[in-house]
Design a binder for this molecule. Structure first.
Ligand code: 5RP
Length: 290
C-alpha cells in the first residue's frame, strides 16, 4: 500500500495567477510534440536559439580525407566545444565514446562515393537511429539533379514520416550539383523544398541574398562551411550567415582543417553564440592557438 503517513493537502495553487505560457525557441517547431522539442533543444541552445554543429561525416563518401584521418586524434579533442556532432553511424559506433553525451545528428542516407556519380540513395533504418539515441537524422537532397532529385526528395519525405512517428527531427542537406548556380534563387528553392517535404532543419550554403533564403524557409537554417578558407574569412562567413538569420553552422573542414582546430571551434562558438565580430573571433582564435 502507498505510504499515506503525513500526506499533506495541497495549498499552493497560485489562484489568481495566470498559468505560464512557454514559447519555443526553434523556428517552425511550436506545434511539434515534446520528444521532437526535447531533441531540438539539445541541438539549438535555448539561451541563444543557435547551434555550432561539428560535421565530420565526410569519410562516408570521401574516405580518410584531410582532417578526418584519425577521429580519435583529430575530432575527439573538438567534441567538448561542439553543440552537436554530425557523423555516420560507423564513426559514431566505433569512435565516439557515448560518455560524451553530446546530441548526434546522424548521417542517415548512403549512396555512392566520390569515385562515381551519385546513382542511388538509401535511407538507414530508423530503428538504428533510435537505438543510437540520436537527436536528428540528416539526409542529402540533390535538388535540380534530373537523375536523383526525385529519389532524394522521396527519402526525405519518408524520413520525415518516420521522424514524426518517433519524435526525431530531420535535417535536409542541400547538395549542390556541378551545374547549379550557387545563388539565393537556387538555395532558396532547395531550402524551401526541404521544409515543405517535412525537414525540421535545413543545412545549406551561404550566398549573396541569404536573408531571402532564410526568410522564405519556415524552419531553422544552418550553414555548411564549404572548402577551407583562411580563419578570418571563415569567421566572416559565420558572422554574415548569423547576421542574415542563420540559426547556426554545421561546419567541418573550416574547423578540423584549421591550423588550430580547438581554437577555431571556440572562435566559431564566440561568433555564433556570443555576438563576437569576425575581428574579435579572430583575436580569440590567435590567442587560443598560441
Ligand atoms: C555534405 C555534408 C557535410 O557534412 C558538410 O557539407 C561538410 O561540411 P563542410 O562543408 O563545412 O566541410 O553535409 O553532404
Amino acid at each position: 500500500m502507498a505510504d499515506l503517513d503525513d500526506l499533506r493537502e495541497g495549498a499552493n495553487f497560485g489562484l489568481g495567477v495566470a498559468s505560464q505560457k512557454q514559447g519555443f525557441h526553434v523556428k517552425g517547431a511550436d506545434h511539434l510534440m515534446w520528444g521532437m522539442k526535447d531533441r531540438l533543444s539539445r541541438i539549438f541552445s535555448p539561451k541563444t536559439g543557435r547551434t555550432v554543429m561539428l560535421a565530420f561525416d565526410h569519410g562516408f563518401i570521401m574516405g580518410p580525407t584531410s582532417g578526418v584521418e584519425r577521429i580519435d586524434l583529430n575530432i575527439l579533442p573538438l567534441v567538448e566545444y561542439a553543440d552537436c556532432l554530425m557523423c555516420s553511424r560507423g564513426i559514431l559506433q566505433t569512435s565516439i565514446p557515448p560518455t560524451f553525451n553530446k546530441p548526434i545528428c546522424l548521417r542517415s542516407d548512403a549512396g555512392t562515393t566520390i569515385l562515381t556519380e551519385l546513382n542511388d540513395n538509401v535511407l538507414i533504418d530508423i530503428e538504428d537511429a533510435i537505438r543510437m539515441n540520436v537527436s536528428a537524422m540528416a539526409l542529402m537532397l540533390s535538388i535540380g539533379d534530373p537523375v536523383n532529385e526525385a529519389k532524394t526528395i522521396a527519402n526525405l519525405y519518408k524520413a520525415a514520416d518516420l521522424g514524426s512517428k518517433y519524435g526525431i527531427p530531420i535535417m535536409g542537406v542541400t547538395a549542390v550539383g556541378k551545374d547549379m548556380a550557387r545563388d539565393a534563387r537556387y538555395f532558396g528553392l532547395a531550402s524551401r523544398v526541404c521544409a515543405e517535404n517535412g525537414a525540421n532543419i535545413v543545412k545549406t550554403y551561404y550566398c549573396d541574398g541569404f536573408e531571402k533564403v532564410v526568410a522564405a524557409c519556415p524552419v531553422p537554417i544552418v550553414i555548411a562551411g564549404g572548402k577551407k578558407l583562411p580563419e578570418l574569412e571563415a569567421l566572416e562567413l559565420c558572422y554574415n550567415a548569423i547576421n542574415d538569420g542563420a540559426a547556426g553552422v554545421d561546419m567541418g573542414r573550416n574547423v578540423f582543417q584549421s591550423e588550430s582546430p580547438v581554437a577555431m571551434i571556440q572562435a566559431v562558438h564566440g561568433v555564433v553564440h556570443d555576438g563576437l565580430t569576425p575581428a574579435q573571433g579572430f583575436e580569440m582564435f590567435k590567442d587560443l592557438a598560441k
